[in-house]
Design a protein. Sequence first.
Length: 188
Amino acid sequence: MTSFQNFTEDQEKVMAKVLKPFKGFFDLVILDPTLASGDKYKVFGKFNKKKKHLKINPHVFASPDFVDETNGRRMTMLEYVLLHEIAHEIYKTMDGEELAKWNELSGWTMKPPNETNYSNLIIPDDGVEKISDWYFLNVAEPSFPRWYAKFSPEEQFCDCWTFVYKDLLGRMKGNIGARIINFINELG
Ligand SMILES: [Zn+2]
Protein backbone atom coordinates (compact mmCIF):
# COMPACT_ATOMS: atom_id res chain seq x y z
CA MET A 1 0.00 0.00 0.00
CA THR A 2 1.40 3.36 -1.03
CA SER A 3 1.20 6.26 1.44
CA PHE A 4 0.76 9.84 0.34
CA GLN A 5 1.91 13.03 2.00
CA ASN A 6 0.75 16.64 1.50
CA PHE A 7 -1.76 15.84 -1.25
CA THR A 8 -5.51 16.47 -1.27
CA GLU A 9 -7.88 13.54 -1.00
CA ASP A 10 -8.82 13.86 -4.67
CA GLN A 11 -5.18 13.85 -5.76
CA GLU A 12 -4.57 10.74 -3.64
CA LYS A 13 -7.50 8.99 -5.32
CA VAL A 14 -6.08 9.73 -8.77
CA MET A 15 -2.67 8.39 -7.79
CA ALA A 16 -4.06 5.28 -6.08
CA LYS A 17 -5.88 4.44 -9.31
CA VAL A 18 -2.77 4.90 -11.47
CA LEU A 19 -0.66 2.82 -9.09
CA LYS A 20 -3.13 -0.04 -8.61
CA PRO A 21 -1.42 -2.32 -11.18
CA PHE A 22 2.01 -1.46 -9.70
CA LYS A 23 1.51 -2.49 -6.06
CA GLY A 24 4.51 -1.93 -3.83
CA PHE A 25 6.44 0.13 -6.36
CA PHE A 26 6.34 3.28 -4.23
CA ASP A 27 6.10 3.18 -0.43
CA LEU A 28 5.55 6.91 -0.17
CA VAL A 29 4.70 9.70 -2.59
CA ILE A 30 5.38 13.18 -1.23
CA LEU A 31 4.37 16.54 -2.62
CA ASP A 32 7.56 18.51 -2.09
CA PRO A 33 7.48 22.31 -2.55
CA THR A 34 11.29 22.51 -2.33
CA LEU A 35 11.44 20.95 -5.82
CA ALA A 36 9.54 23.99 -7.14
CA SER A 37 12.10 26.55 -6.04
CA GLY A 38 15.37 27.42 -7.70
CA ASP A 39 15.06 24.80 -10.38
CA LYS A 40 17.26 25.29 -13.40
CA TYR A 41 14.97 23.27 -15.60
CA LYS A 42 11.92 21.64 -14.11
CA VAL A 43 12.37 18.36 -12.31
CA PHE A 44 8.83 17.07 -11.88
CA GLY A 45 9.68 13.97 -9.89
CA LYS A 46 12.57 12.62 -7.86
CA PHE A 47 12.71 8.93 -7.03
CA ASN A 48 14.71 7.43 -4.22
CA LYS A 49 14.81 3.78 -5.20
CA LYS A 50 16.24 2.50 -1.94
CA LYS A 51 13.52 4.10 0.15
CA LYS A 52 10.90 3.70 -2.59
CA HIS A 53 9.99 7.34 -2.04
CA LEU A 54 8.87 9.57 -4.89
CA LYS A 55 8.94 13.33 -4.42
CA ILE A 56 6.63 15.32 -6.66
CA ASN A 57 7.07 18.94 -7.71
CA PRO A 58 3.85 20.95 -7.12
CA HIS A 59 4.40 22.38 -10.62
CA VAL A 60 2.82 19.17 -11.96
CA PHE A 61 -0.56 20.70 -11.15
CA ALA A 62 0.21 23.82 -13.20
CA SER A 63 1.41 21.92 -16.26
CA PRO A 64 -0.92 21.40 -19.20
CA ASP A 65 -2.11 17.86 -19.91
CA PHE A 66 -0.49 15.87 -22.68
CA VAL A 67 -2.98 15.48 -25.51
CA ASP A 68 -3.11 13.01 -28.37
CA GLU A 69 -4.63 15.12 -31.12
CA THR A 70 -5.57 12.06 -33.15
CA ASN A 71 -8.01 10.68 -30.57
CA GLY A 72 -8.36 13.44 -27.95
CA ARG A 73 -6.97 11.26 -25.17
CA ARG A 74 -5.19 13.11 -22.37
CA MET A 75 -2.69 12.42 -19.60
CA THR A 76 -1.97 14.72 -16.67
CA MET A 77 1.58 15.60 -15.68
CA LEU A 78 0.96 13.84 -12.35
CA GLU A 79 0.08 10.57 -14.11
CA TYR A 80 3.03 11.04 -16.44
CA VAL A 81 5.53 11.44 -13.58
CA LEU A 82 4.31 8.31 -11.77
CA LEU A 83 4.35 6.14 -14.90
CA HIS A 84 7.65 7.51 -16.23
CA GLU A 85 9.41 6.50 -12.99
CA ILE A 86 7.91 3.01 -13.18
CA ALA A 87 9.07 2.78 -16.81
CA HIS A 88 12.70 3.27 -15.69
CA GLU A 89 12.42 -0.08 -13.89
CA ILE A 90 10.89 -1.72 -16.96
CA TYR A 91 13.78 -0.38 -19.05
CA LYS A 92 16.21 -2.13 -16.72
CA THR A 93 14.56 -5.49 -17.39
CA MET A 94 15.52 -5.43 -21.09
CA ASP A 95 18.35 -7.72 -22.18
CA GLY A 96 21.26 -6.75 -24.42
CA GLU A 97 19.50 -7.80 -27.59
CA GLU A 98 16.38 -5.79 -26.77
CA LEU A 99 18.44 -2.73 -25.84
CA ALA A 100 20.36 -2.93 -29.12
CA LYS A 101 17.11 -3.18 -31.05
CA TRP A 102 15.69 -0.21 -29.13
CA ASN A 103 18.72 1.97 -29.86
CA GLU A 104 18.63 1.01 -33.52
CA LEU A 105 15.04 2.24 -34.00
CA SER A 106 16.00 5.91 -33.56
CA GLY A 107 19.64 5.48 -34.58
CA TRP A 108 20.95 6.31 -31.09
CA THR A 109 24.73 6.67 -31.00
CA MET A 110 27.35 8.51 -28.98
CA LYS A 111 29.56 8.77 -32.06
CA PRO A 112 27.48 10.16 -34.91
CA PRO A 113 29.07 9.36 -38.29
CA ASN A 114 28.09 12.83 -39.54
CA GLU A 115 26.52 16.06 -38.33
CA THR A 116 23.91 16.38 -41.05
CA ASN A 117 21.70 13.44 -40.19
CA TYR A 118 22.02 13.44 -36.40
CA SER A 119 20.96 15.70 -33.52
CA ASN A 120 21.37 15.76 -29.77
CA LEU A 121 19.38 17.53 -27.10
CA ILE A 122 20.70 20.75 -25.67
CA ILE A 123 18.75 22.15 -22.74
CA PRO A 124 19.32 25.90 -22.32
CA ASP A 125 19.59 26.56 -18.66
CA ASP A 126 20.27 30.09 -17.37
CA GLY A 127 23.38 30.43 -19.49
CA VAL A 128 24.52 26.92 -18.62
CA GLU A 129 23.67 24.27 -21.18
CA LYS A 130 22.95 20.68 -20.36
CA ILE A 131 24.08 18.76 -23.42
CA SER A 132 23.29 15.12 -24.04
CA ASP A 133 26.06 12.83 -25.28
CA TRP A 134 23.46 10.78 -27.12
CA TYR A 135 22.65 11.53 -30.78
CA PHE A 136 19.54 10.41 -32.64
CA LEU A 137 18.72 10.31 -36.35
CA ASN A 138 16.90 13.47 -37.49
CA VAL A 139 14.32 11.29 -39.25
CA ALA A 140 13.30 9.97 -35.82
CA GLU A 141 12.23 13.45 -34.69
CA PRO A 142 8.44 13.00 -35.22
CA SER A 143 8.46 9.81 -33.14
CA PHE A 144 9.40 11.54 -29.87
CA PRO A 145 6.25 12.02 -27.78
CA ARG A 146 7.84 14.75 -25.67
CA TRP A 147 10.98 16.89 -25.91
CA TYR A 148 12.76 15.24 -22.97
CA ALA A 149 12.59 11.90 -24.77
CA LYS A 150 15.40 13.22 -26.98
CA PHE A 151 17.82 13.18 -24.04
CA SER A 152 18.82 9.50 -24.16
CA PRO A 153 17.59 6.06 -25.22
CA GLU A 154 16.48 5.42 -21.64
CA GLU A 155 14.48 8.65 -21.29
CA GLN A 156 12.96 8.03 -24.71
CA PHE A 157 11.94 4.53 -23.65
CA CYS A 158 10.35 5.77 -20.41
CA ASP A 159 8.38 8.46 -22.23
CA CYS A 160 7.30 6.17 -25.08
CA TRP A 161 6.32 3.38 -22.68
CA THR A 162 4.20 5.87 -20.71
CA PHE A 163 2.43 7.25 -23.79
CA VAL A 164 1.79 3.73 -25.10
CA TYR A 165 0.47 2.64 -21.70
CA LYS A 166 -1.95 5.58 -21.65
CA ASP A 167 -2.90 4.93 -25.29
CA LEU A 168 -1.73 8.32 -26.53
CA LEU A 169 -0.25 6.59 -29.55
CA GLY A 170 -0.73 9.57 -31.87
CA ARG A 171 2.12 11.32 -30.04
CA MET A 172 4.59 8.94 -31.71
CA LYS A 173 4.32 9.78 -35.36
CA GLY A 174 5.65 8.37 -38.59
CA ASN A 175 7.16 5.07 -39.54
CA ILE A 176 9.63 5.08 -36.66
CA GLY A 177 6.81 5.97 -34.25
CA ALA A 178 4.86 2.94 -35.45
CA ARG A 179 7.88 0.68 -34.97
CA ILE A 180 8.42 2.08 -31.46
CA ILE A 181 4.80 1.35 -30.50
CA ASN A 182 5.21 -2.15 -31.88
CA PHE A 183 8.41 -2.71 -29.92
CA ILE A 184 6.81 -1.66 -26.64
CA ASN A 185 3.68 -3.73 -27.23
CA GLU A 186 5.81 -6.78 -27.95
CA LEU A 187 7.72 -6.36 -24.69
CA GLY A 188 4.45 -7.25 -22.95
ZN1 LIG B 1 13.47 9.68 -16.55
